[in-house]
Ligand binder design. Structure first.
Ligand code: PRX
Length: 630
């Protein structure tokens, strides 16, 4: 059956590709029609659906109410403590209208930037849609990021308003968010207001004049708000992601092209039909939450589950219980989560009725065949197709995925480009590799949801993505084209790590480590990990005046990285070593450190400046029982 994979795009001419996207654009309601599908004259700076005007918030909410679907549930919200709330499209329209009016009252106008730092509660979606409605691009910062990371993002964006909460619930306990915002806002004078949702009811510090309760300001505003139409290229949001340097980059997405492609891919990849209940477990703080909780599904008028908590709170069957309770038909999660729940045992999902599941999705990292089979057999009843979707913060929308029903997915292969997407696998010279060969994953032609630039740094945009092979987008991933022409993702080929589906750069963690007073030098590598895909392993050289005998140094450095970036960036292991392996030009040979981290025999070390150094480091690593925090 695999020979029926639609390699549609390889046969599409440029004109057919543009016609295809013009057709897909009819999924969206335009206030003014576009006059040109794509303007690529200033490549690699794209303009899609040129001249078209629309409002993303209207498309995601109001038009469904106008079409008579006001009573349809937009979200079944499930709070971690067990509180639930079902929100219809009409109620969502009113909430978003109130929030848009409230932001306007606070002086926010089109083009102003808003930062959002919230748990997975309905207000996160409402705040995003309110921003879209008034043309104020949002930056959602994942709640797991620290005050430092939040401050860096607020400052880079020069955000005027921050929307946050007192906290959220995490594994049965309230987990505070407001202190990080207080800390960040103190350092960012551009922040005029902090809008605070009361979620946990825990006491918080209050900054008179700056802080405002969401229920006071939004709760009392009028629910009626007239959306304004914006240019197709009006900025919709900026999402920060890790690159190969220490500074995260702000990926800019605009309105028309993004909305068309997320709506189109959501409907086709998940085979969405009326009456379905879709659930994506991602956090709205990541691109998956933006594209496949907020903009794609809502543009399609879908009914979703929105869950605040983790899969194991208050018990390890929580996800499956929610699927059974709401009759979830499409479930979209990450391989890390699949491997974790798989480890807990088959008897847990077996206790729930999962027969409503029709399509299972996977995203964020390669899915290993064992996890793929378990997912299909144990969660999908042996019949649900698995759509393994490859894409990135930068691509904005899914790019490679088997369409359910069209292919019998091979466990572990993302298979083929979606219609209208020109994927290729190339060698060092940029030439396509034949079937059966490995190479680099590239996109040969622009696509509607593509990033438009890196916020404030056009040169870095061109350099990072478009300069390795001129005119071709380099994704940073290795890939194999198998004998059938299907694509297998092989992981990153740069210094970007993928830890539990979270993207981090080695440089980012290294700069956090060297900002600690005791650290002179640090090198970070990603070692493979059976659950999280990759795990962070750090090698540090301490300063001469640091107390190398301090038994708590490893725990202290891990905690320091947690404060600098967030808990997700804490290294699994920290080894204190006397030297780092370097070439004569001073470049750290990470390959050798990776061998050590994975407890393999170290590879060819002949290009080292000092070939004896590996023996010294190996001895230090072998004698470091406390590298992992207890
Ligand atoms: O290496 C690829 C991996 O995740 C990277 C993008 O990370 P991020 O921008 O955080 O977006 C994650 C959610 C879309 C890619 O460069 N990746 C993503 N999906 C897959 C994947 N690797 C293999 N298979 C996938 N399905």
């Amino acid at each position: 059956m695999t020979d029926t994979v639609p390699m549609i795009d390889s046969e599409l001419s440029e004109q057919e590709r543009l016609e295809y996207w013009a057709g897909e654009a009819t999924r969206v309601t335009w206030n003014a029609p576009f006059t040109e599908v794509l303007d690529w004259s200033d490549a690699p700076f794209a303009k899609w659906f040129v001249g078209g005007r629309l409002n993303a918030g209207y498309n995601c909410v109001d038009r469904h109410v106008e079409a008579g679907h006001g009573d349809r549930v937009a979200f079944h919200f499930v709070g971690e403590p067990g509180d639930t709330r079902s929100i219809s499209y009409r109620e969502l329209q009113q909430e978003v209208g109130r929030a848009a009016n409230a932001l306007t009252t606070l002086g926010v106008v089109a083009g102003d930037r808003i930062a959002i730092y919230l748990p997975m509660i309905p207000e996160a979606v409402v705040a995003m849609l309110a921003c879209a409605r008034i043309g104020a691009p949002h930056t959602v910062v994942f709640g797991g990021f620290s005050a430092d990371a939040l401050a860096a993002r607020i400052a880079d964006r020069d955000a005027k308003v921050v929307v946050t909460a007192d906290g959220g619930f995490r594994r049965g306990r309230p987990s505070a968010l407001k202190p990080a915002v207080d800390d960040a806002a103190d350092r960012c004078p551009g922040v005029e207001h902090v809008l605070v949702v009361r979620r946990t009811g825990e006491p918080i510090e209050w900054h008179e004049g700056r802080d405002l309760w969401w229920h006071d300001v939004v709760g009392t505003a009028s629910p009626v708000h007239a959306p304004e139409a914006f240019d197709s290229e009006h900025p919709l949001f900026i999402m920060y992601t890790s690159g190969t340097t220490g500074a995260p980059k702000g990926i800019l997405h605009t309105t028309g092209g993004y909305l068309v492609q997320v709506a189109s891919s959501f409907e086709t990849v998940f085979d969405h039909r009326p009456g379905d209940v879709y659930w994506c477990t991602a956090d709205v703080g990541w691109i998956t939450g933006h594209s496949y909780i907020v903009y794609g599904p809502l543009a399609a008028g879908a009914t979703q589950v929105l869950y605040e908590g983790t899969p194991d709170a208050p018990h390890r069957g929580r996800w499956w219980e929610i699927i059974a309770q709401y009759g979830v038909t499409q479930f979209y999660t990450a391989p890390t989560a699949i491997r974790t729940t798989m480890k807990w045992g088959d008897d847990i999902p077996a206790a729930y009725d999962l027969t409503s599941i029709r399509v299972l999705g996977s995203v964020g990292e390669p899915i290993n065949p064992e996890a793929h089979r378990w997912y299909r057999d144990t969660i999908g009843g042996g019949t649900a197709p698995i759509v393994d979707t490859w894409w990135q913060t930068e691509t904005g929308a899914q790019m490679i995925a088997p369409l359910p029903g069209m292919v019998d997915a091979k466990p572990g292969a993302a298979t083929a480009a979606l219609p209208g997407i020109a994927i290729d696998v190339v060698d060092d010279s940029g030439a396509s590799v034949p079937n059966g060969h490995d190479g680099y994953l590239v996109v040969r032609e622009p696509w509607p949801a593509m990033l438009r630039t890196i916020w404030g740094d056009d040169a870095r945009y061109v350099e990072t993505y478009w300069s390795r092979w001129p005119g071709v987008y380099f994704a940073g991933d290795g890939a194999r084209r198998d004998e059938d022409g299907h694509i297998w993702l092989l992981g990153r080929v740069d210094d970007v790590m993928n830890v539990s589906g979270h993207r981090l750069s080695t440089a980012e963690v290294e700069s956090a480590l060297v900002s600690h007073a005791a650290v002179a030098e640090a090198a970070v590598v990603a070692a493979s990990d059976p659950t999280s895909g990759q795990a962070i392993v750090a090698f540090v050289i301490l300063r001469e005046d640091a107390d190398a005998a301090n038994p708590g140094i490893v725990a202290e450095l891990r905690a320091h990285v947690g404060r600098e970036i967030g808990a997700i960036a804490k290294p699994r292991e920290v080894f204190v070593v006397p030297e780092l392996p370097k070439t004569r030009s001073g470049k750290i040979m990470r390959r050798l450190l990776r061998d050590l981290a994975e407890q393999r025999e170290t590879g060819d070390a002949t290009t080292l400046a000092d070939t004896a150094v590996m023996a010294v480091i190996t001895a230090a690593v072998a004698g470091a029982p406390d590298a992992k925090e207890a």
